[in-house]
Structures are given as C-alpha cells and as structure tokens.
Design a protein. Structure first.
Length: 153
C-alpha cells in the first residue's frame, strides 16, 4: 500500500469518526431527540433513581413546578395515561374523549388558578419531552377514579 493511499484511508476514517461524533451530539439524549437549550422553567429541578424509585426535586412557581414535573416524569406520565385510558374506557364503556370532556366542562372551571397553572405546566413539560397530551388529559388522569367510579352511573 502506498503512503498516499494510507493517508487517504486515515483521512476518511477520521472524517467518519468526526461525522459520527457530530451525529451523536446532534441527536442529544438516548431517545434520539435533538437536544435544546434548557428551558428556564427547569431551574433548580432534578431527578434521580434509587432502589427502583424515581425521586424528583421541583421548585418555583406553580407553573414552573408543573413544567418540571411534566418534563422530568414524561415517560411515567405517558405510561400512566396508556394504562388509565385502557382501564377506564373498558370499565365504563366510554371512550377517552368522555373523560377529557368531563374534565374540561365539569372539573376545570372549579379548579383554583394556582392548580390550573400547575396542571397546565405538567402538560407543557410532558409535551416538551415528547408526550402528546394536553391539560385536559392531565386533569382526566388525576380525576380518573372520581370520574370512572363515581361520576359514571
């Protein structure tokens, strides 16, 4: 092999390595989502796992606390949504839109502003982490026992 061929292979190998590194950095987190500058609402929050439990530290205004909650626990929120949606639609013979509409029309108007801000923050934080739920899904999840076991005849 000629020296020039060897240098070309090294250059190609280096370019591939640099390209692969750039791709990995662009992908960001393990789930493949692009990494963005941290949202200011995440300031002071963190989570960790120990002994099979997930711990979160949340701080700030109700909206900030909600956002941190939704963002840090997005995968758990999505899992819970899937379980509740299946369980309560099967148990009550009503689809999830019934739970959302009940949350929107019967519960939301009676929730204090502070809690509305926190619930809205949870939905926004989860959405920022790739979970496509809105505030009425979050309210329905939190009230699933009341709606599914007391409100539904």
């Amino acid at each position: 092999m000629h020296e020039s061929d060897l240098l070309n292979k090294i250059r190609c190998s280096t370019l591939l390595s640099v390209g692969a590194l750039a791709l990995l950095l662009a992908m960001g987190s393990r789930d493949g989502s692009a990494q963005q500058a941290p949202d200011a609402r995440m300031k002071g929050s963190y989570s960790f796992e120990k002994g099979g439990w997930t711990y979160v530290h949340l701080e700030g205004t109700p909206e900030e606390i909600g956002y941190q909650h939704g963002y840090l626990l997005a995968s758990q929120i999505e899992d819970t949504y899937q379980v509740l949606k299946l369980e309560f639609t099967h148990m009550t013979k009503r689809d999830w839109s019934f739970f959302r509409e009940t949350s929107k029309n019967m519960l939301w108007p009676h929730i204090d502003t502070e809690y509305q801000e926190e619930l809205t923050g949870i939905a926004e934080g989860a959405k920022a982490h790739g979970v496509d739920l809105d505030v009425y899904d979050i309210v329905a999840m939190n009230a699933s026992m009341e709606i599914g076991e007391y409100y539904v005849p």
